[in-house]
Design a protein around this ligand. Structure first.
Ligand code: MLT
Length: 410
């Protein structure tokens, strides 16, 4: 008889966003005339920048001609894209990352899950709480945890609460942990980390021989130059961190799919046999075996975002969503809601009114306002009493959503 990976049985029934989708479908089936506005999953709504689509069209033309045809590409990504990333996202900002340390992929969700392939099964893992659920669920699937308790917290993980009480800055773990997941600008709270906070984490990782998995998928939304966009702006980070970035939100690629991971050549670990091993080489070996690279057309599109006009269009797109975030923040504050985030991130994190639980507030907003958000408790036990609104929507929908929100809570 074949067997399944029984670690999957430890997971909560559904991944958060499909569960929200299920509830919304039940509501719309029962109320077919309701015009539901979705500010739940952070999915983009605006068209791709023309510099990106033009580059993709030209790439399709390349594929239509024998002389410029491309078959399998390099598993690590084409150099035209890796060079542009290294130059614009790092070197021009004074950050030491070279093109050959960049691995282009089809998404940060995949990268943050797949990276577990090259890590051992007995690491002590710390996550902030609330957290992007992928970090937790992929570790559960890989058998790195025990079962979940009544709050949905998995045995074996170290949870670091981030709430209004600690200003959304996690304390360093009191025990030594091997792997730490950090995400800034943060999903779901929309908050950011200062240079000092990140330096504390890098120093901790140096002292404890830990690895930092730094998810910077939302760095394009930072508008203040004093806030680090990359963990590699922090001294010592090249020896302890991997960075994940994505084109999903900055150029609207949630459906197109393109992202990258940066693994510095200095990042090394001693294996149990005493050999010093480079994580860069291990990941290269993994990708060359299990991945054939993101498509040529998609990578050409991503590279289009680094042309002068592409950079300008990307900025306009980011500014558009950040204006939505500002409207949401200010609109909610005007009716007495306490809000966080939304200044350097496309997510607004709010305290539920009247002490409602996150899911009760979800149901109230859906049934009375025909609005969808994401319950904070879906991101972890410490998210209870909070709620996330995504700024990814049309301006018109955001304005209508605000009016409806106000009428529900007032
Ligand atoms: C979210 O809503 O948290 C994001 O869309 C999830 C993701 O990017 O995978």
């Amino acid at each position: 008889m074949f067997r399944i990976n029984e670690n999957y049985l430890k997971l909560k029934a559904g991944y958060l966003f499909p569960e929200i989708g299920r509830r919304v479908k039940a509501f719309t089936d029962a109320n077919p005339d309701a015009q539901v506005i979705r500010l739940g999953i952070g999915d983009v709504t605006e068209p791709l920048p023309t510099a990106v689509t033009d580059a993709m069209k030209a790439a399709i033309d390349d594929l239509s001609n024998r002389d410029s045809f491309h078959g399998y590409g390099p598993e690590q990504g084409y150099s035209f894209l890796r060079d542009a990333i290294a130059a614009h996202d790092y070197q021009n900002r004074g950050v030491n990352v070279s093109a050959d340390e960049i691995f282009v992929s089809d998404g940060s969700k995949c990268d943050t899950g797949n990276i577990l392939d090259i890590l051992g099964s007995d690491n002590k893992i710390a996550i902030t709480d609330p957290v992007y659920p992928v970090y937790v669920d992929t570790n559960v699937m890989a058998g790195h945890t025990g079962p979940a308790d009544a709050n949905g917290r998995f045995d074996g993980l170290v949870y670091l609460p981030v709430t209004a009480e600690n200003n959304f800055v996690a304390d360093l773990p009191s025990e030594s942990v091997d792997i730490i997941y950090l995400c800034y600008p943060n999903n779901p709270t929309g908050t950011v980390a200062t240079r000092e906070t990140l330096q504390k984490w890098v120093d901790y990782a140096q002292q404890n021989n830990s690895l930092i998995m730094y998810d910077a998928a939302y760095e394009a939304f930072i508008s203040d130059d004093s806030i680090p966009r990359s963990i590699f702006e922090i001294e010592g980070a090249r020896e302890v961190a991997i960075e994940f970035r994505s084109f999903s939100k900055s150029i609207g690629f949630t459906g197109v799919r393109c992202a990258f991971a940066v693994i510095p050549t200095e990042l090394k670990v001693t294996a149990s046999c005493g050999t010093v091993v480079s994580l860069h080489q291990l990941w290269n070996r993994r990708q060359s075996t299990k991945f054939n690279g993101a498509s040529y057309v998609v990578q050409r599109g991503a590279a289009g975002a680094y042309t002068p006009e592409g950079r300008q269009q990307m900025k306009s797109l980011v500014d558009f969503y950040m204006t939505n975030a500002k409207l949401l923040r200010e609109g909610l504050q005007s009716v007495g809601i306490t809000v966080f985030g939304g200044e350097h991130a496309p997510y607004v994190w709010l305290q539920t009114p009247n002490g409602l639980s996150s899911w009760d507030f979800f149901d109230l907003l859906l049934s009375k306002g025909h609005l969808v958000g994401t319950p904070g408790s879906g991101f972890g036990a410490a998210g209870e009493g909070y709620f996330r609104l995504s700024a990814f929507n049309s301006r018109e929908n955001v304005k209508t959503a605000l009016e409806r929100f106000k009428s529900v809570v007032q």
